[in-house]
Write a protein that binds this ligand. Structure first.
Ligand code: SF4
Ligand code: SF4
Length: 454
């Protein structure tokens, strides 16, 4: 047992000076007022376990999994405590302890070992979902009340899921999308030299200036099933911005879900597969459009820092990784031809805002669309309650947080709420349904909104 709790970084735990500045930003503390539901309280519990003064028991597990992992506390912390790393370790300690006691659930093993590690199986789930949708069975189940046999968290979730792409549509994807438009020259001369370290380039500077930047798309696993068209739109946006776009072969799930759920060794194996895939693709930059995935992908150098065979490869991988908002802000402005006449607000993705510090770029991109009236959402960087699978595992707390969020969204009197992460997008769709705002407003990924204006 002591070997397991040795995983905690005691220096990081001791960085917390108990000031409590993080408490007002923590959604679970706001909802409960309980110290054990606050960042400071959770860190104190971790320290107790690390010092072997507290057991790794069900109560500890409950308190660690009641956290959204939103990292708002990190932004607020004057001591720079890396809470995200701490909560990942705490959950790893929980899961390793349960493995040692052989008390992990079968469902958990099935999801993490047999589904998310296998891209083809995730695509097969997408095909099954599509078949259910187009066969009319889903509609029939809704009309006859059959949906009520589903657990309520699943029943609510299916309300938020739009029609997914058919297998025929998915099979037509082109592996490479060539650059379009007239921005290519300006892009080559300004962006490539400004934003890439020479070590990370695949060609000499002269050769680079003669070619468009080659961008590898990280499509995500769930993202590519639920929001396939958004990935296609991202390729279109970047090709219009003068880039050659490549759908990177052999990529797998980013490992965020595994890392946030205590399955760190699986997360690291997935990271290695993605690093190898990027190397094979021979791209200048890799881009993703999911704040949660992006934050994990940028952590690969931390995950692999002690592995001599992978540390440098992970560092190069991270140096090439961009969120789509970040990359579009670096490129020459997109040439919009279609105004979008709408009042629009923006809900931050926690892992984009708190995990990657990307807040200004998406707002500037939305404001740049002709016809858009941008309205700032109060507490936009406070979690919507989605948090990976939190809205399934901690349904009641997630819905309390979402319902509070939707009151702020309603107050903006906007037509569109924009997000930059698939989990947030599904949660916002669910929130619109719960708040009775269907027909008045819609939730849209920022890539799709930008694409509407092209
Ligand atoms: S703000 Fe930072 S130092 Fe202060 S209690 Fe929270 S985690 Fe600890
Ligand atoms: S990650 Fe979010 S929910 Fe968890 S302690 Fe920090 S602020 Fe609270």
């Amino acid at each position: 047992m002591s070997q397991i709790v040795d995983k905690f970084d005691m220096d990081e735990l001791l960085n917390c000076m108990h000031c409590g500045f993080c408490l007002p930003t923590c959604p679970t503390y706001q909802q409960t007022g309980l110290e054990t539901y606050s960042p400071r309280g959770r860190i104190a519990l971790m320290k107790g376990v690390a010092e072997q003064k507290l057991p790794v028991d069900e109560e500890f597990e409950h308190n660690m999994y009641a956290c959204l992992g939103c990292r708002a506390c990190e932004t607020a912390c004057p001591a720079g405590v890396k809470y995200g790393h701490l909560i990942e370790t705490a959950r790893e300690v929980v899961e390793e302890t349960k493995k040692a006691r052989r008390s992990q659930s079968f469902t958990r093993k099935l999801v993490f070992k047999q589904l998310f590690n296998h891209p083809k199986r995730i695509q097969a789930v997408g095909t099954a979902l599509w078949a259910l949708q187009v066969s009319g069975l889903q509609k029939l189940a809704k009309e006859t009340g059959l949906m009520r046999i589903l657990p309520r968290e699943m029943a609510e979730m299916q309300e938020a899921v739009d029609l997914v792409a058919s297998p025929a549509t998915r099979s037509q994807r082109q592996a490479v999308v060539k650059p379009q438009g007239q921005q290519q020259v300006a892009f080559q001369t300004t962006i490539a030299s400004a934003h890439l370290s020479r070590n990370a380039r695949r060609d000499t500077p002269n050769e680079l200036n003669a070619k468009p930047m080659r961008i590898g798309l990280f499509t995500g696993c769930i993202m590519d099933v639920m929001f396939y068209e958004t990935n296609q739109a991202m390729a279109k946006l970047l090709s219009k911005a003068g880039c050659e776009v490549v759908f990177v072969q052999d990529q797998v799930c980013c490992g965020a879900l595994h890392a946030h759920s205590g399955e760190k060794s699986d997360a690291i194996e997935l990271a290695k597969r993605n690093i190898a895939a990027l190397e094979q693709a021979n791209v200048d930059v890799m881009v993703n459009n999911a704040g949660g995935c992006g934050a994990a992908l940028k952590e690969y150098d931390h995950w692999l820092k002690d592995d001599p065979d992978w540390a440098e490869r992970a560092r190069v991988f991270v140096s090439k990784m961009r969120d789509v908002n970040e990359l579009l802000a670096e490129l020459p402005p997109l040439e919009f031809t279609q105004p979008v006449h709408a009042r629009v607000t923006y809900q931050d993705s926690c892992h984009l805002a708190h995990g990657q510090g990307i807040r200004k770029q998406p707002r500037d991109l939305i404001r740049s669309i002709p016809g858009v009236e941008f309205v700032e959402l109060p507490f936009a960087d406070s979690c919507c309650g989605s948090a990976g699978i939190y809205n399934i595992t901690n349904f009641d707390m997630s819905m309390r947080i979402l319902d509070d969020k939707m009151e702020h969204v309603r107050g903006t009197k906007t037509h569109i709420v924009v997000t930059a992460n698939p989990g947030c997008l599904l949660q916002m769709k669910k929130g619109i349904h719960r708040a009775g705002l269907e027909g008045q407003m819609e939730a849209v990924h920022i890539v799709d909104l930008l694409n509407r204006a092209l």
